[in-house]
Design a protein around this ligand. Structure first.
Ligand code: SF4
Length: 105
C-alpha cells in the first residue's frame, strides 16, 4: 500500500477560509488557528482568483498581527517631521492629545 504525502496537514485546531486584504487582488486564503491565534496562512485551492497560490506578501500576513515592530498604540511625534522622538499620548496626556493628533490641514 502506497502512502501519500499530505501537503496541507492541519497546523492548528481550526482552519478558516477568508480573503487576503494585503493588496487589491483579494486572494482566497486559509488561516490556521491554534488556541484562537493565527499560526499559518496558506492559499485556498478552492478560490477562483488564486487557486491556492499565495504571494510572499500574503504569506507574511501573519506578521501583521505578531510582528514585534508592529505599533500597538498611537504615538505622538514630539520633534520635527522625520525625527525619532515620539511618545505615547495615552500615557502622558490622555484625552487632551486628541486635538494634537489630528492631521494638519
Ligand atoms: S496573497 Fe498576495 S496577491 Fe493575493 S491579495 Fe494577498 S498580497 Fe495580494
Amino acid at each position: 500500500m502506497e502512502r501519500g504525502i499530505e501537503y496541507s496537514a492541519p497546523i492548528g485546531d481550526e482552519v478558516r477560509a477568508t480573503t487576503c486584504y494585503m493588496c487589491a487582488c483579494r486572494c482566497g486564503i486559509r488561516v490556521h488557528l491554534k488556541d484562537g491565534a493565527v499560526r499559518y496562512i496558506e492559499g485556498n485551492p478552492d478560490h477562483p482568483v488564486n487557486r491556492g497560490v499565495l504571494c510572499a506578501k500574503g504569506s507574511a500576513g501573519i506578521m501583521q498581527h505578531y510582528s514585534p515592530a508592529r505599533l500597538s498604540r498611537p504615538l505622538l511625534r514630539t520633534g520635527e517631521r522625520g525625527s525619532r522622538p515620539v511618545r505615547s499620548p495615552a500615557r502622558s496626556c490622555g484625552i487632551s492629545c486628541r486635538a494634537a493628533c489630528r492631521p494638519a490641514r
